[in-house]
Ligand binder design. Structure first.
Ligand SMILES: [Zn+2]
Ligand SMILES: [Zn+2]
Ligand SMILES: [Zn+2]
Length: 338
């Protein structure tokens, strides 16, 4: 059973997940590439994973068998587990909490080498809608306050299996990074009564130099204070605090933007992306009553081109060797249809 422990100085929660230490893949240096026979996420190997939670599959196919296009299963080595109750405990001055939550794997495709950027927009929309469905379902468990959807692509990005997949971790707390964004957007809203993200979109359009791509519903740009080379944010132009509110058309336009371009420009880089959205359930004592006015969901994409080292760990600020204006110009020039 894992547990959450709170750092007494800065209030950051850490998941101590000892179960995961047993993962055999932790001791393998290279991610297993191109071995569909032994891959638990490949079609035909459904028996190698825990039973599925949700699937997009052919009507004539059977659960936990071939015939699917997207398959959601519990993580076999979860960071948090759904069973039990949220118990809080003090150990002297320290605070801990039972590791309640959910940890799901979204297997994005039945085929081992069918990378995200090679798929049609329709298929990416199917994946994006799967995230929405899982969030709405996890919301029914009122112990869970936040769902973090993320993707680790490549070994350097933290993926232990090369088969394309993303993950959802639902937590009984609002994570620190998200809390910082919410508090920052609240401060701006208190001062200007506008959404800071909507204002950023407006300003990025005015400057133009950091925009990677835009269409009617979405914009992608390298943020003004990018932490990493080729860091990209992807925002819906319509103000929405929660990802489940996005329409199919909006998700389609989100799908058609950026990833192909990034992959052509940098030659299939390893990357992480994260989905930042509002909490799924009301927070006790409702600390942010106007959240839906000032928060604005978005994706953040971070290609793994540099490594976070001592200075970044020590200070929390970053040295980025590539100006976001140069990265954006480079990405704009790419022919993403090639
Ligand atoms: Zn596979
Ligand atoms: Zn907004
Ligand atoms: Zn964010």
């Amino acid at each position: 059973m894992s547990e959450l422990r709170k750092d007494p100085v800065i209030g950051r929660w850490v998941i101590i997940a000892t179960d995961r230490g047993k993962r055999p893949t932790d001791f393998v240096t290279a991610a297993p590439v191109g071995e569909p026979a032994s891959c638990p996420f490949c079609e035909g190997n459904e028996f190698m994973t825990p039973p599925e939670i949700y699937t997009v599959r052919r009507r004539d196919s059977l659960a936990n068998a071939a015939g699917w296009t997207i398959r959601v299963v519990p993580n076999k080595f979860p960071a948090l587990r759904i069973e039990g109750t949220v118990e809080r405990e003090g150990l002297g001055m320290f605070d801990k909490m039972s590791g309640i939550g959910a940890h799901e794997i979204i297997i994005e495709t039945p085929a081992h080498t069918d990378l995200f950027h090679k798929r049609s927009n329709e298929r990416v929309v199917e994946l994006f809608e799967t995230y929405q469905r899982r969030m709405l379902d996890l919301k029914n468990d009122t112990r869970l306050l936040y769902t973090m959807v993320f993707k680790n692509m490549g070994e350097r990005a933290g993926a232990s299996l090369s088969h394309p997949h993303s993950q959802i971790i639902a937590t009984p707390i609002v994570p620190k990074r998200v809390r910082e964004e919410i508090l920052g957007s609240l401060e701006y809203y208190d001062y200007k009564t506008r959404c800071v993200f909507c204002d950023v979109i407006h300003e990025e359009k005015r400057f133009g130099s950091r925009i990677v791509y835009e269409n009617a519903s979405f914009i992608s740009f390298c943020p003004f204070a990018s932490r990493f080379p080729f860091e990209i944010w992807l925002l819906p132009k319509r103000h929405m605090s929660g990802y489940p509110a996005a329409t199919r058309q909006e998700l389609f336009e989100c799908a058609s933007i950026t990833m192909r371009r990034l992959n052509v420009a940098l030659g299939e880089p390893q990357y992480n992306w994260m989905l930042h959205t509002e909490p799924i359930n009301p927070i006790p004592r409702n600390p942010w009553p106007d959240l839906n006015e000032h928060y604005h969901w978005h994706f953040e994409i971070i290609p793994k081109l540099t490594r976070v080292a001592g200075f970044e760990w020590g200070t929390g600020f970053y040295i980025n060797p590539t100006a976001p204006e140069d990265a954006a110009a480079f990405l704009r020039e790419v022919d993403d249809q090639s």
